[in-house]
Design a protein around this ligand. Structure first.
Ligand code: XMP
Length: 317
């Protein structure tokens, strides 16, 4: 019978057998899958696992620092790389969602490749690929595989010439969480909502600038903190704020304002393929809206997305 403990035991033994004294590089994202994969590999091969965590400037507010800290506490051999400016430069002037995704994917590979080259004699690339990713990347008809170019699987260039090790590629998400719990991974990492690889870049409609990212990070932090303090964070499958490049008129004191709109999105789902918008309590929405408008400079209006998937997608881009 499958149990997290038996999975951990057999996987660690198999990884030791497979990897011997070889070195592995692995890119951490702060998400559940890459974190669990890293901890399993760490148990198997210790310091021969070299983790790389890239700050693409598109993460949630303070997330890079917090996540890097908790990885260090977990004893992982990890290198953090501040590549914010490289991503912002590559995104400058790009409006099309797929062009934005491609630019982010390309810069990520460049940055990761530079870092991986610093690890002498590395033989393997570790990845947090889970079973549904494997299915999605081979199915031609899967909606998100065809509509959006997810780049979690097989996105690395040939010239890296690394063999791939994917300890979670037979597991579903809930099994990954159970394994993570049995491995004592920070509940904050395990319970985290899914977050797209391109990050806030696809939650800023149109072109991305560091200023828009900063505004969205503030609004998003207010939103997520309120979901937590109201006790609904764990009931929501995924939530996030979206920056709309639309200006609308408002009043602040005696002044007329003409500023941007923030949209709040929260969905219930099992696997992200279909989703219903969450019926969040009005008093919670009111509190979030007031806090955002009163505290985030550049925003004078907040709206709530009441669209389900299909036909709307979870992300706006
Ligand atoms: P959609 O917007 O297609 O999203 O309904 C379904 C799930 O996939 C995530 N998503 C992505 N994840 N790279 C990722 O790693 C992407 O380009 C990407 N686009 C969407 C989305 O956040 C949701 O969980």
């Amino acid at each position: 019978d499958w149990t997290p403990d038996s999975f951990i035991e057999t996987t660690i033994a198999a990884l030791r057998q497979k990897l011997g004294d070889d070195k592995v590089v692995l890119g951490l994202s702060g998400g559940v899958d890459s974190s669990v994969a890293a901890v399993l590999l760490h148990h198997a091969i210790g310091k021969n696992l070299h983790c790389i965590f890239v700050d693409n400037g598109l993460l949630r507010k303070d997330e890079y620092e917090q996540v890097l800290d908790s990885y260090k506490h977990m004893g992982l051999n990890i290198k953090g790389i501040d590549a914010k400016q490289r991503f912002y430069d590559a995104l400058a002037g790009l409006n099309d969602p797929e062009k934005k995704r491609k630019a982010i994917g390309r810069v990520f590979i460049e940055v990761f490749d530079d870092a991986a080259h610093e690890v002498q004699d590395v033989k393997w690339l570790g990845q947090g690929t889970i079973y549904p990713d494997v299915i999605e990347s081979v199915s031609v008809k899967g909606p998100s595989a065809t509509i959006k170019s997810h780049h979690n699987v097989g996105g690395l260039p040939d010239f890296m010439k690394l063999k791939v090790v994917e300890p979670l590629n037979t597991l579903f998400k809930d099994e990954v969480r159970r394994v993570g719990k049995a491995l004592d991974i920070d509940p904050n990492i395990l319970g985290r909502h899914p977050f797209p690889g391109p990050g806030l870049a696809i939650r800023i409609l149109g072109d991305v600038t560091p200023e828009k990212v900063a505004i969205l990070q503030e609004a998003d932090a207010i939103y997520i903190n309120n979901l937590r303090s109201y006790g609904v964070y764990d009931k929501v499958w995924q939530a996030g704020a979206i920056f709309l490049p639309v200006q609308s008129v408002g009043v602040m004191g005696d002044e007329r304002t003409y500023e941007n709109v923030i949209c709040l999105r929260a969905v219930e789902s099992l696997d992200g393929m279909t989703a219903d918008w969450c019926h969040l309590p009005y008093d919670l929405l009111a509190k979030i809206s007031n806090e955002i408008i009163n505290n985030v400079k550049g925003i004078n209006r907040v709206v709530y997305d009441i669209s389900s998937k299909p036909p709307a997608t979870i992300e706006w881009e």
